[in-house]
Ligand binder design. Structure first.
Ligand SMILES: [Zn+2]
Length: 78
């Protein structure tokens, strides 16, 4: 029962720094990141909706909502 699966990573909100890092990641890897996020509410891997990215301590940090339950999900890209 997956509601949304990213097919392309358009519509993300990224700070300029975050965008630079994000765009250095291969496109297929970026989709894997967006479609492979752990949700503590669902106790499952889910997709991240309304993704926003910023750089935090040199690492790209993504936050968004779980596309199953609407809860907040976050993930750091190393
Ligand atoms: Zn969830």
């Amino acid at each position: 029962m997956r509601t949304i699966v990213w097919e392309k990573d358009e519509g993300m909100k990224l700070t300029p720094k975050a965008k630079k890092i994000w765009e250095s990641i291969p496109a297929d890897q970026r989709l894997k990141i967006l479609n492979n996020v752990w949700c503590v509410n669902c106790m499952k891997t889910t997709s991240m909706g309304k993704a926003e990215g910023k750089v935090d301590g040199g690492m790209l940090s993504l936050t968004g909502i779980c596309t199953r339950c609407g809860g907040v999900v976050a993930r750091v890209v190393e």
